[in-house]
Design a protein around this ligand. Sequence first.
Ligand code: CAA
Length: 257
Amino acid sequence: MGYEHILVEIEPPIATVTLNRPKVLNALSPAVIGEVAAALGELEADDSVRAAVLTGGPKVFAAGADIQDMAKQTAVDQLLRDQTGRWAPLAGFKKPLIAAVNGYALGGGCEVALMCDLIVAGDTARLGQPEVNLGIIPGAGGTQRWPRTAGKHVAMEVMLTGAPVTAQRAYELGIVNKVVPAEMTIEVAKRIARELAAKPPLAVRLAKEAVLKAFEAPLSEGLAVERKSFYFLFATEDQKEGMHAFLEKRKGVFKGR
Ligand code: CAA
């Protein structure tokens, strides 16, 4: 499928989705969100792809929702359009998704990075929620995902001041997994994606699902999900292969069956 605002590169077993509106710092218009959602739907269905990278390219991740577009909107327009709700395919993507963040990841841009499973940040990256300066608040998960990772007081600082944090501080807060020289960000994210793509896909998928459950459910429910997935994996060919490969001192080859 052809896209206007994003680039999709498939290099099995990984794929890279690049936001591509450089003139407006990859501002997230409804069209961009629609294209990202459609691309992730295609990648989810493509068995040759086992992990994906989402990036804004070498200079900027995304400066947030498109203010030009939002400035004209009424509350009813917002409700009917449900723009932030349209990120659901990203938050629910079943394969590993790694954000490669260079430059600004602000507002919706930061929230999109937080929806990914891992974040690799270039050393010049800045992550934040400046919505308060526009008279609004984050609408795509910022107020919920920041405190779950960085705690209440950091989340308050980020939401109330609107000031971004540096890549290094984000790393210290556990918001990003790695800080690398900016020119390496995408390559490092792809390297991690390839590493995850070589793992047993069903185990990866269920591990991801179980970790995400920890954000939603009480401990007993999360533990029950984990336990059932653990037992279920003994019904897979990949579990047999993984354990035999270990005992035979060779590298396992996994099929996702
Ligand atoms: N929407 C629309 N256009 C944007 C944009 C955005 N979010 N961010 C930047 N642009 C445009 C600018 O208007 C400018 O366009 P022109 O060249 O036509 O004037 C172009 O991109 C370059 O931007 P700047 O000249 O401002 O670049 P800078 O380097 O001086 O500053 C910046 C960079 C600090 C990121 C600044 O652009 C900025 O503050 N952007 C807005 C960030 C923001 O408030 N994001 C939150 C949006 S609300 C949201 O995301 C809600 C949600 O939770 C879903």
